[in-house]
Ligand binder design. Structure first.
Ligand code: RIB
Ligand code: CA
Length: 312
């Protein structure tokens, strides 16, 4: 059954590829709308980058909304050191012509869920969870309308990428993450434990580039740019392609496996702020609230990505 989804995003080269994969897969995914959130770069840029990506895919019909411009209760932390000043460094892409929608992204999420039948909308957060948490707080009645939240964020065995203990999306807005993980909607988590096993090796990058299309070249230039940070830090052989794990799951869930466990968020200690405390070994009786992924068929993931991007 086709997934009807809202993508909540802070593009970000990996967000961009996740959006392209969704737009290349209309048989499995109907993108109802895209809401931008402050994260990798400030909101003005994430809202602009989301439109640049839609136009790259030839989809200037997609409705893009600007959401929250800062976390619920903390100052915004951005990641230009990873994604570049524009957040989409690497490819040379034209400024968007398509307009931003007037409605605030949080209002769009609330209205779309309120108008939907229960359990029919999948939320796909690819950045900090500020917009989702704001919507759930303002309109708790919408939680039951959510079929599933499939998000990129957190880490257990991989621990942190922005601090020693926290992954960036959760770290930027830990309060929001706590609200979302406690809300009661079914959650599938794509943590660093999975995304760090999905590296854009030179061969995989060459496969994108050899598509010889505008999209293939842009994607290859995106991953060429944003791999610097991880290669330097982890000595890895390429960038971990985080966010497309979310949309790949909607198309081929069998590429992933994990455990249904309790996951709670550190929101008080500055030392471990934003840590996803995942009870992977079942040592507590805390409620199991998340399907926390641990394994990925990495080559199957890249084969799917390359095959689908060729369609655009
Ligand atoms: O930690 C990786 C996550 O942070 C990805 O979603 C990346 O786009 C950034 O938002
Ligand atoms: Ca992101």
């Amino acid at each position: 059954m086709t997934r009807r989804i809202i993508i909540d995003t802070d593009p970000g080269q990996d967000d961009a590829i996740a959006i392209l994969l969704a737009l290349a897969s209309p048989d499995e995914i109907e993108v109802l709308g895209i809401t931008a959130v402050a994260g990798n770069v400030p909101l003005e840029l994430t809202a602009k980058n989301a439109r640049i990506i839609c136009e790259l895919a030839g989809r200037d019909d997609i409705k893009v909304y600007a959401g929250c411009d800062k976390p619920l209760g903390r100052a915004l932390v951005t990641a230009e050191h990873v994604h570049g000043q524009t957040g989409l460094n690497g490819p040379r892409l034209p400024d968007p012509k398509m307009p931003l929608q007037d409605q605030h992204g949080v209002d769009y999420i609330i209205d779309t869920l309120r108008d939907a039948e229960p359990g029919t909308i999948t939320l796909c957060p690819l950045g900090p969870l500020t917009n989702i948490a704001a919507a759930f707080t303002r309109a708790p009645d919408i939680v039951e309308k959510v079929r599933e939240i499939v998000l990129m964020g957190g880490a257990y065995f991989e621990v942190g990428n922005i601090t020693p203990t926290a992954e960036f999306n959760i770290y930027v807005d830990p309060q929001a993450a706590d609200i979302v993980f406690r809300a009661g909607a079914p959650i599938v988590v794509m943590p660093l434990d999975v995304t760090h096993k999905a590296l854009v090796t030179p061969e995989r990058n060459a496969a994108f580039r050899s598509l010889g299309t505008k999209v293939g070249t842009a994607v290859a230039n995106m991953t060429d740019f944003f791999e610097r940070f991880d290669k330097e830090k982890y000595g890895s052989e390429g960038a971990p392609l985080h966010d497309p794990c979310v949309t790949a799951y909607l198309i081929r869930p069998e590429l992933f496996s994990g455990r249904h466990i309790n996951v709670e968020i550190e929101t008080s200690s500055e030392l471990t702020m934003g840590m996803t405390v995942a009870d992977w070994w079942g040592v507590t009786d805390r409620p199991r609230n998340a399907m926390f992924m641990g394994r990925i068929d990495a080559q199957g993931y890249f084969d799917l990505l390359t095959e689908r991007l060729a369609r655009l």
